[in-house]
Design a protein around this ligand. Structure first.
Ligand code: CDP
Length: 222
């Protein structure tokens, strides 16, 4: 059946534990979009780099490992996952305390960001070629500012620190979110910022369903 509506690209940015993933998954289900969690991509690379003894303070060790890695995409239901040399990683591996501790340091490295730049932009083609999605929702730190500044919709989620810390405790994760946010916001390359013109949503004041309703209404109203 030909698609009636235009293929939409929705960018969701925000700091740690602002609700990006839960929100994006539910919006993807409701609007039939492919969901891309770019944080999981940085996490998968971090896991692999640590495993191969790359050091965030020695950029040459990073470049040399990246040269041996071939990225691919694995799609399960509505979510796209990064495969590295044909292998995907488990959630427990990419959300370990060790990865939480190191991911923002590797993510600040320009070679790491370059490795993922075209790959992330190309996910729009992957989603279109599936033929079954109405669009793509991509979440991260620099999606509306660097990866898809031309997205049809750009949202920026934020919440107070106490709410975000409580969410991580609820997830059972050891994660110094304030430190990670500071590092992500202060780095030179593609820092965490609210892109100009993005719609800001305070997820400390609205519950998950209210945030999802608001985003879906905004998209459907266009
Ligand atoms: O789940 P949470 O929001 O805590 O983090 P995440 O989305 O899994 O991202 C993990 C880390 O990856 C972030 O702290 C950033 O350092 C990095 N990241 C990035 O630099 N750019 C992105 N587009 C997505 C994540």
């Amino acid at each position: 059946m030909p698609r009636i509506s235009k293929f939409k690209i929705i960018a969701i940015d925000g700091g740690a534990a602002t609700g990006k993933s839960s929100t994006s998954r539910l919006v993807a289900d409701r609007l039939n979009l492919m969901h891309v969690d770019t944080g999981a991509y940085y996490r998968a690379l971090t896991y692999t780099l640590l495993n191969k003894n790359a050091d965030p303070d020695a950029p040459e060790t990073i470049s040399s490992v990246l040269k041996s890695l071939v990225p691919g995409t694995f799609i399960e239901q509505r979510s796209a996952y990064l495969s590295i040399n044909g292998q995907t990683l488990e959630d427990a591996e990419i959300r370990s305390p060790e990865v939480n501790k190191n991911v923002s340091q590797f993510a600040a490295n320009q070679t790491v960001r370059d490795f993922l730049f075209e790959y992330q932009r190309d996910q729009a083609r992957v989603a279109r070629e599936q033929g079954s999605f109405e669009g793509m929702i991509m979440e991260g730190r620099d999606i509306g500012s660097v990866i898809f500044p031309d997205a049809d919709f750009r949202f920026f989620l934020f919440a107070d620190e106490a709410t975000r810390k409580a969410r991580r405790v609820e997830d059972g994760q050891v994660d110094l979110i304030a430190e990670r946010d500071k590092r992500d916001s202060r780095r030179k390359n593609a820092p965490l910022i609210c892109p100009e013109g993005a719609i800001q949503i305070d997820t400390g004041r609205l519950d998950l369903q209210e945030v999802v309703d608001y985003i879906c209404k905004t998209v459907q109203a266009s």
